[in-house]
Design a protein around this ligand. Structure first.
Ligand code: GLU
Length: 431
């Protein structure tokens, strides 16, 4: 039931024993981008935090008859360009700082991919693996009741994120429809097809990452055939991605899950692993000689794809990486300091807000289809996704060249301009 394989830790950027907040990382890179764009500091002051942040208490009846209070959050970064958009994660480590950073990253993703949205993100502090389906349903409905005033199809549109899926979206939609007393499929994306979901939404993030790798393969003259790839995470994103890469001739030499990792320089049997994977993406316990997640990151390969949690490539291991390119499929897997080290080692880092934007792109397609009441074929969805991924990638790639900055900073430069301009037009900031 996950969109990500690992439930051990989320997006707190681990720095040995101390932790750097993801919000701080977002703010530091944002400031750099804003300075390069020569916007005044008032623009930074306005955009460094979300415009709205809601914290709610959700009392839920548990199966054993007790009542438990869960904490939920919703951050809305900026709505100058349209309603805000972003997923809801269920995870024991969710913090306000993390949700605020993730909402900011969603604004940047929507800016880069030219979607008429600003960013948002929600989260509930819970461990879905310890909860029954009935408890999860009550929690999902309780969250919608608690935030119903600030969300809606033209206000703020939720979607799946870490450990939430189409079933949870279905319960949330049903609760919202009850509150509003009318059918409003555009309130939430990532829904089941029967309730107005879009074809291709389930695989959208992985397919977007795959298209990104295809582009890199052309631009860097690194053929897909025989390309050695390591994927950290075998959840929704990692597993579909492994399948696409395998089917297109790449050699997946390493994968990992929450338990451990497997590596074989000759290539792994991906169809077998996909077949044996459980619903939480666990598969490595099939192997006697499995290695740790951290060890896997340092193995030799052409492309390393962190596709699970945040903060896994830090200043403590960046020096030891042996890949040519890092493609960030997870949100926030590489710290700012690690990116600097990797740049010095001439390792290119393709940023999360570009590489994993396929999810929100197809969410946008889903919302458009809901608004029109007219549904597209899978082929149409995939073609439009490819077009958006290609345009966005080339924009960021060229911006990096133009300003002589890395792709992370270039992605922030591309991502922030529309929101800054729209905020200026609305009279919220002056420049
Ligand atoms: N949770 C996904 C992300 O981080 C998708 C968000 C959406 O579809 O709105 O991009």
């Amino acid at each position: 039931m996950s969109t990500n394989s690992s439930i051990v830790k989320s997006t707190s950027l681990k720095k040995g024993k101390e932790e750097q907040s993801p919000l701080k990382e977002f703010q530091e890179i944002l400031q750099e981008a804003i300075q390069i764009l020569r916007y005044p500091s008032e623009v930074y002051d306005f955009l460094k935090n979300p415009m709205r942040f809601l914290e709610v208490n959700i009392p839920i009846k548990m199966d054993d008859g007790t009542t438990k209070t869960f904490i939920g959050y919703r951050a809305q970064h900026n709505d100058a360009t349209g309603p805000t958009k972003g997923g809801i994660r269920f995870h024991p480590d969710v913090t306000p700082e993390e949700v605020k950073a993730l909402a900011g990253w969603m604004s940047l993703k929507c800016g880069i991919t030219d979607l008429p949205y600003g960013g948002a993100k929600g989260g509930i502090v819970c461990d879905p693996r310890q909860m029954s389906m009935d408890e999860l349903e009550r929690l999902s409905r309780g969250y919608v009741r608690a935030v119903s005033q600030v969300v809606g199809p033209t206000k703020d549109i939720p979607a799946p994120d870490m450990y939430t899926n189409s079933q949870i979206m279905a319960w949330m939609l049903d609760e919202y429809d009850h509150i509003r007393e009318f059918d409003s499929p555009g309130f939430i994306t990532g829904k089941p097809l029967l309730l107005g979901g879009s074809k291709g939404r389930e695989t959208a993030t992985s397919l977007g990452v795959f298209y990104t790798i295809q582009l890199i393969s052309q631009l860097q003259k690194l053929p897909m055939e025989g390309m050695r790839v390591i994927i950290q995470g075998f959840g929704n994103v990692g597993s579909y991605l492994a399948q696409y890469l395998h089917e297109n001739g790449a050699k997946v030499v390493g994968i990992s899950d929450v338990v451990g990792a497997v590596y074989n320089p000759e290539g792994l049997d991906i169809p077998y692993l996909l077949d044996r994977r459980d619903s939480f993406g666990v598969v490595s316990n099939l192997f006697r000689n499995s290695i740790s997640n951290q060890e896997l990151l340092e193995k030799e390969c052409d492309i390393l794809i962190p596709a699970a949690i945040g903060g896994v490539i830090t200043k403590f291991n960046a020096e030891r990486l042996q890949c040519k390119i890092v493609v960030e499929a997870a949100n926030g897997p590489t710290t700012k300091e690690a990116i600097q080290i990797l740049n010095e080692k001439k390792i290119m880092v393709v940023p999360d807000i570009l590489a994993n934007s396929g999810g929100v792109i197809v969410s946008y397609f889903e919302w458009c289809q809901n608004n029109q009441g007219y549904y597209w074929t899978e082929k149409e969805v995939e073609e439009r996704l490819k077009e958006k991924m290609t345009t966005s990638f080339l924009k960021v790639f060229n911006t990096a060249k133009k300003y002589r900055v890395n792709m992370k900073i270039a992605a922030y430069i591309e991502g922030i301009q529309k929101i800054a301009e729209a905020s200026r037009l609305r009279g919220w900031v002056k420049f």
